[in-house]
Design a protein around this ligand. Structure first.
Ligand code: NDP
Ligand code: GDR
Length: 321
């Protein structure tokens, strides 16, 4: 019998890369999808096979992180060995506008999923392995370098909600013996990244400007810096975390910081354009508070998981262009 994995947020950037990885490793993959008025399965194209086909090892189920009953139902029906909680309202800027919704999905959603796993474990006498997607946004204004022991000081409603999801995960591990771990991931991107995140917004605009389809690119804060890695590499680290004998929490990062301006240089440089001739600033896009001093220390993950990123910053930008 193949191992079964359940992924919330399977339609996400990370969900699509993780699905591909797990299928390659022989898993049967189950994903929770939300009902939406527009079809949003593009990222799974090339991976998804109609579940009526005898060769299909990927199955999708309607559910929602804010619908606890649906989570209990799918845990009990699918009986997975591993659960990856990737579902989230994951846009930091939007979290300042949609506060309650972000908390419901990111924090309470994680709690409901953990509770569903706890109940299932007890009934089935199993020990499901649980991965919680955490974020460097939780560190917020804590000074660098940030590692697994750095104090949390989130600077956005999204970051605060991820802190709550983190502590729920720790609580279920300590109080109820759940086999649960937190992956603290720095920014990771890909051609599948949503267009309202910075890297995709820039790389997409570069192509459009070069082809004469767009005149200018309007951005917010250019002073920030991030460690941008490739999502395809990062899902490997997620899987590795759940294969350890003892579960732990890990920071996953490239440990290579670039400013937004360096990203613009690299992206526009790919098509021999000067970004300064095309970028405009719209102050209304500035966030009420920013995470402006991030620098990872990912020693533990490198030593214990043996994971290192394969795609460099330059290669990532070229791939996205
Ligand atoms: P995306 O923003 O691409 O996707 C979010 C996913 O969550 C989508 O599949 C979305 O479904 C789903 N979702 C949203 N709301 C709900 C809900 N109420 N119930 C169930 N599912 C829901 O995420 P990423 O791939 O970028 O990130 C994956 C996870 O990793 C997220 O938890 C994110 O917070 C976290 N993370 C990401 C980082 C990054 O750099 N990408 C860094 C650190 C952490 P739909 O398609 O229907 O909208
Ligand atoms: P981030 O990514 O907030 O780090 O969250 P995002 O790409 O949204 O912003 C990165 C930085 O760029 C600045 N910025 C802009 N950002 C966006 N989206 N759009 C713009 O026009 C723009 N102009 C400047 C931002 O202010 C910020 O400083 C991502 C998400 O994937 C989270 O879910 C995840 O947890 C973190 O990364 C780690």
């Amino acid at each position: 019998m193949p191992k079964k994995a359940l992924i919330t947020g399977i339609t996400s950037q990370d969900g699509s890369y993780l699905t591909k990885l797990l299928l390659e490793k022989g898993y049967e993959v189950h994903g929770i999808i939300r009902r939406s008025s527009s079809f949003n399965m593009e990222r799974l194209y090339g991976t998804y096979i109609d579940s009526h086909s005898s060769s299909a090892r990927i199955k999708l189920h309607y559910g929602d992180l804010i619908d606890a009953a649906s989570l209990r139902k799918w845990m009990d029906t699918i009986c997975p060995h591993e659960v990856y909680n990737l579902g989230a309202q994951s846009h930091v800027g939007v979290s300042f506008e949609n506060l309650e919704y972000t908390t419901d999905v990111v924090a309470t959603g994680a709690l409901c999923l953990l509770e569903a796993i706890k109940s299932y474990n007890r009934r089935a006498k199993r020990k499901v392995r649980y991965y919680q997607a955490r974020s460097i946004e939780m560190y917020g204004s804590s000074p660098p370098p940030q590692d697994e022991n750095t104090e949390f000081h989130p600077m956005s409603p999204y970051g605060v909600s991820k802190v709550a999801a983190h502590w729920y995960t720790v609580h279920y591990r300590e109080a109820h013996g759940l086999f649960a771990c937190n992956g603290i991931l720095f920014n990771h991107e890909s051609p599948r990244q949503a267009e309202n995140f910075l890297t995709r917004k820039i790389t997409r605009a570069v192509g459009r400007i070069k082809l004469g389809l767009q005149e200018k690119l309007v951005l917010g804060n250019l002073k920030e810096s991030r460690e941008w890695g490739f999502a395809g590499d990062y899902v490997q680290a997620m899987w590795l975390m759940l294969q350890q004998d003892e579960l732990d929490d890990y920071v996953v990062a490239t440990e290579e910081t670039h400013t937004v301006e360096e990203l613009l240089e690299a992206a526009f440089g790919q098509v021999k354009l000067n970004w300064k001739n095309h970028v405009e600033i719209d102050e209304s896009q500035l966030r009420p508070s920013e995470v402006d001093n991030l620098r990872a220390c990912a020693n533990k993950e490198k030593q214990k998981l043996g994971w290192t990123p394969k795609v460099s910053f330059k290669e990532l930008v070229a791939m996205m262009i």
